[in-house]
Design a protein around this ligand. Structure first.
Ligand SMILES: Cc1cc2nc3c(=O)[nH]c(=O)nc-3n(C[C@H](O)[C@H](O)[C@H](O)COP(=O)(O)O)c2cc1C
Ligand code: SF4
Ligand code: SF4
Ligand code: SF4
Ligand code: FES
Length: 597
């Protein structure tokens, strides 16, 4: 084995790839070569390190120096200064947005400090294309342990005792699901990984598959042993080509090493995994639709029961778990259920991965113990709200979830607390909104999403969400009527209780939760024809500040409605009868003379 004086980890997650990490890596490798350091310094590509908006990012070990927002020229400087001469390149280090303090290593950065990484333990640390690196971090040791020292029932008991609940949204106890399958009559049995991840802005599962694919394969094999199954499937969306590529390579390598396939570790147990690529319909993430899609049928949900644990793929008992759920399994087996159960809250054990997005300084992937408060996630890890703006609300659970307003910032993030607030934990999408977000417009956005994605099989969802969307759109256009809020509530509750699958049963949530916490905003739109956040264009009134206007006439030139009038070099005015509220004049005025009321 070759020994290196330094390792440079280059994040090659999808975020850093899109911000140009491959060019940075090439520049780094060329410089290392040119400087004669090839035998001393090793460059390793990893999965997502977490702080995606700082990409491309690299970490230089053994010191752990963290560099961010790199260009190829910066990589050359790092090679010449840091790798050759041992001098840290100060200007490329991270500076905290709130106080400008420089951090040399990643553990000095608040974003990393408050995280506990279980599901993401290897993501951003190992080369996901190297099974050897996974093995070096205890990979496949849990599989070895269950196959050689535990009975299937002991494995199930271990997962039950850990308190692990499904991370795909519903939070069902994982050990119990395995037990139902193990006890259900019928053979063969199947193990399925749900990697359909369709919530807008969510990328937790993609990052795990791209950064640590073997952890999912190892966990699926462990489940196979526990329930008596020899075949697994990973259902992953076609929009994740890098995940598909790394997972395919991982399956190939695992087979080559005898970690998948026939007679694993010579124990007589056989298990293999195949990939099924989905076309990206949101509804195919719903377990019964997903199984139909694997079978080659149309991806439509069916009523439950029977649940997949009893009657799943081709009518046989099937365990289906989410990517993050799977990634938690090997450490539970190795460190014991008590260790896992000691993290988190009474009913929500372990950690949760969130994709932190929206109006927050540090966006990216974070993993925190269950029970961490929203305030800690947004302000300590996320670095607060940019531009000195006020935090308004956080949306958890994407289109199935709800919003949490500022007064609940100190509520612990766990399954029970979020449900009490009318939100849900969901799969981990966490969108932060500031004072400039209109909550009615937010509800419209998610409603439009579920309307588009509804499969149309049942009428409460197909027709009901359409009617709800029409009403919300009307409200944002300033055509809301007395009684609309009550009508939305009535429709929402009706759809929730009668839709066939989880998509329809949760589709009204964003509307109901914004009404619950921000009713005054709906009322302002309906009764006062005002959008307090200044987002709904149709409700804006454009005006010209006569003090600032120098009469250049530019606004009149661009106005599509001929609504601006005034003499050259004299203050102009807007005819509100003609104005279409398009905002073009405001964009084009170089003197900041046009404002909205
Ligand atoms: C419309 C809809 C979309 C879903 N999308 C996903 C998804 O992308 N990934 C996922 O793991 N679960 C998704 N689920 C939940 C699954 O139906 C299922 O509960 C989950 O895969 C079970 O795994 P878990 O117990 O590990 O969470 C979705 C559910 C619904 C109703
Ligand atoms: S609730 Fe919506 S997505 Fe689910 S089956 Fe009915 S129409 Fe299809
Ligand atoms: S573009 Fe601005 S400064 Fe020029 S006329 Fe219009 S409002 Fe006045
Ligand atoms: S908002 Fe559009 S329509 Fe109204 S005055 Fe400005 S450019 Fe003209
Ligand atoms: S993709 Fe590089 S930090 Fe997330």
């Amino acid at each position: 084995m070759e020994l290196y004086r330094a390792h440079v980890l280059v994040c090659a997650g999808a975020g850093c790839i899109s911000s140009g990490c491959q060019a940075v890596k090439s520049a780094l490798e060329e410089s290392i070569d040119r400087l004669g350091l090839k035998r001393e310094v090793k460059v390793v590509e990893t999965g997502c390190m977490g702080p995606c908006d700082l990409g491309p990012v690299i970490v230089v070990y053994p010191e752990g120096v963290f560099y961010r927002q790199l260009k190829p020229a910066d990589a050359v400087e790092i090679a010449e200064e840091h790798l050759l001469k041992g001098r840290v390149v100060e200007r490329l280090l991270y500076k905290a947005p709130e106080n400008g303090k420089t951090a040399v290593t990643s553990d000095q950065i608040d974003f990393f400090k408050k995280q506990t990484r279980i599901a993401l333990r290897n993501t951003g640390i190992i080369n996901p294309e190297s099974v050897e690196e996974y093995i070096a971090r205890d990979g496949y040791r849990a599989l070895g342990k269950v196959l050689t020292t535990m009975t299937p029932q002991e494995v199930i008991e271990c997962i039950k005792k850990s308190g692990l609940r499904g991370r795909g949204g519903a939070g069902f106890p994982t050990g119990l699901k395995w037990e139902f399958s193990a006890k259900a009559p019928g053979k063969p049995r199947y193990v399925v990984c749900n990697a359909d991840e369709g919530d807008p802005g969510a990328f937790m599962d993609r990052s795990i598959l791209e950064g640590d694919p073997h952890s999912v394969l190892e966990a699926m094999a462990i489940c196979g042993y526990a329930i008596g199954s020899n075949q697994g499937y990973v259902y992953v969306r076609a929009e994740y080509p890098l995940a598909v590529q790394r997972l395919s390579l991982a399956i190939e390598k695992a087979r080559e090493y005898g970690l998948l396939g026939e007679n694993i570790f010579g124990t007589g147990f056989s298990f293999d995994v195949e990939i099924r690529v989905g076309a990206g319909a949101f509804v195919c993430g719903e377990e019964t639709a997903l199984l139909a899609s694997i079978e080659g049928r149309r991806g439509e949900p069916r009523p439950r029961p029977p649940f997949p644990a009893q009657e799943g793929l081709w009518g046989k008992p099937t365990v289906i778990n989410n990517v993050e759920t799977w990634a938690n399994i090997p450490p539970i087996i190795l460190k014991g259920p008590e260790w896992f159960a000691s993290i988190g809250t009474e009913k929500s054990k372990g950690t949760k991965v969130f994709a932190l997005a929206g109006k927050v300084n540090n966006t990216g992937l974070v993993e925190v113990p269950m029970g961490t408060t929203l305030r800690e996630i947004i302000f300590d890890i996320g670095g607060g709200i940019p531009g000195g703006k006020q935090f308004k609300a956080a949306q958890t659970g994407g289109p199935s979830g709800g919003c949490i307003p500022a007064r609940y910032l100190d509520v612990p993030v766990d399954y029970e607390s979020l449900t009490r607030l009318g939100a849900i934990m969901g799969s981990g999408g966490l969108i932060i909104m500031d004072e400039d977000t209109c909550m009615v417009d937010l509800a419209r956005f998610f409603l439009e999403f579920v309307q588009d994605e509804s499969c149309g099989k049942c009428s409460p969802c197909r027709i009901g969400t359409k009617r709800m969307l029409e009403i919300v759109e009307r409200i944002t256009r300033g055509e809301g009527r007395d009684g609309d809020i009550e009508l939305l509530e009535e429709l929402g509750h009706g759809i929730k209780s009668s839709a066939l699958c989880g998509l329809g049963q949760t589709a009204p949530n964003p509307v109901l939760s914004t009404i619950r916490h921000f009713r005054d905003e709906y009322e302002a739109h309906i009764y006062h024809k005002k959008c307090p956040a200044g987002v709904c264009r149709a409700l804006m009134v454009y005006a010209i500040d006569e003090e600032k206007c120098n009469g250049c006439g530019r606004c009149a030139l661009v106005c599509p409605a001929g609504a601006v009038y005034g003499e050259k070099k004299k203050p102009h005015r807007i005819d509100l009868e003609k104005c279409l509220r398009c905002g073009t004049c405001m964009e084009k005025c170089k003197f900041g003379a046009i404002y909205t009321i």
